[in-house]
Design a protein around this ligand. Structure first.
Ligand code: ADP
Ligand code: MG
Length: 363
């Protein structure tokens, strides 16, 4: 078998430990990769077609004339990667790509980035194109922004491509610089609770938050909210209470990322729980993007013995993470299940988040 005409690649999903809605404010985020992700079996083909298979669906995309807006639905993500690679000057051709996933889709665990990053590795390897992973982050982000039409930052793709086992990735969303931070959980575990509520970034509320932040930065005369140094002074300059709340969240959330990194470097994992809960309360009360199922899950988990927890992702649906001692996990789950049952909500789904390696070639 020629090693470059076919192969198998895997790209993980991610959770963002802390740093929510800081990315487009040019601030800090701290994701880590999951064990779960998307695997792709790829084979080169010479007819200029991208044949895409996933979960019984098949799509065929002509590479010639590929441009943003041409491909709809899930195929826009992998096709977008092919398009963005070409735009960036990477010469790749056709392929048959078969995707398999053990990552829930739309749960805020970044299945879209896993799909893009698996595709990017497959196509560049199949065509023996040497590309720096940081360039592939930009390519995958371009696929998501321009081809799939989702205005996201570099968080998801960076996590999928740059993470290492037992580490989180501290990412500066202004410079694009990242560094790995040891994430040795010891006897603690990070549990993902999929609240079952599906989010949609395109329902306007995400764009509204971004616009509010831009407006606040403009009024404060800073390039981005990342640059607010004197929080109290800045808040006193803003008349609109909504904008004040947004700024307060973004600025304190950046500080919480830095504080969490400090705790991790000191090996103080359990103490991180308080940071998670503080982040959740800020997202709930100041940024106003949480949803009832997330609030109930965090509150019940903490009552059940978790060290802390918070909603993750853009908001209005998706997942929650909680930090708990491994021996407390059954009690935590029981508490959350009971709180959901008391409200006649369907029980949530659980998944353990193990800090895992980034994307790689499997064979
Ligand atoms: P998240 O990235 O949090 O999972 P998104 O809404 O960003 O949520 O991405 C979900 C979309 O990604 C799906 O609607 C689908 O288009 C695509 N997707 C995810 N996983 C797969 C898969 N295994 N096969 C095909 N498309 C997928
Ligand atoms: Mg996504």
């Amino acid at each position: 078998m020629n090693g470059t005409t076919r192969g198998t690649w895997h790209a993980p999903g991610r959770v963002n430990l802390i740093g929510e809605h800081t990315d487009y404010n040019e601030g800090l985020v701290l994701p880590f990769a999951l064990a779960q992700g998307i695997t792709v079996e790829g084979e080169r083909r010479d007819d200029g077609l991208l044949e895409l298979h996933s979960g019984g669906q098949r799509e065929a995309v002509e590479l010639e004339g590929l441009a943003p807006g041409k491909v709809k639905g899930w195929a826009a993500y992998p096709a977008g990667v092919a398009g963005a690679l070409a735009e960036a000057g990477y010469l790749v051709g056709g392929a048959t790509l078969r995707f398999a996933s053990d990552l829930p889709s739309g749960a805020g665990l970044s299945s879209s980035a896993a799909l893009e990053c698996a595709t990017a590795l497959a196509l560049t390897d199949l065509y023996e194109v040497k590309a720096d992973r940081r360039d592939l982050v930009r390519v995958a982000q371009r696929a998501e922004n321009a081809y799939a039409g989702v205005p996201s930052g570099i968080l998801d793709q960076s996590a999928s491509l740059l993470c290492e086992a037992d580490h989180a990735l501290l990412l500066d969303c202004r410079s694009g610089m990242s560094s790995r931070v040891p994430l040795n959980l010891g006897d603690h575990r990070v549990l993902v609770i999929d609240t079952g509520v599906r989010h949609s970034l395109d329902d306007g509320r995400y764009a509204e938050r971004r616009a509010e932040c831009e407006e606040a930065a403009r009024l404060l005369g800073v390039p981005a909210l990342r640059d607010v140094k004197d929080l109290a002074g800045s808040l006193s300059l803003l008349v609109d209470p909504v904008l004040r709340r947004r700024v307060q969240h973004v600025v304190t959330e950046n500080h919480r990322v830095e504080a969490t990194v400090g705790l991790l470097r000191a090996g103080a994992v359990p103490e991180m729980g308080a940071m998670l809960t503080a982040s959740h309360l800020s997202l709930r009360d100041l940024y106003q993007v949480s949803w009832p199922q997330a609030d109930v899950a965090v509150e019940a988990a903490v009552k059940g013995g978790a060290r802390g927890g918070r909603m993750i992702g853009g908001g209005f649906g998706g997942s929650v993470i909680v930090l708990a001692h491994r021996e407390r996990l059954p009690a935590v789950r029981q508490a959350v299940d009971a709180a959901y049952a008391a409200r006649s909500w369907r029980p949530p789904a659980y998944l353990e988040a193990v800090p895992s390696p980034g994307a790689s070639r499997l064979s």
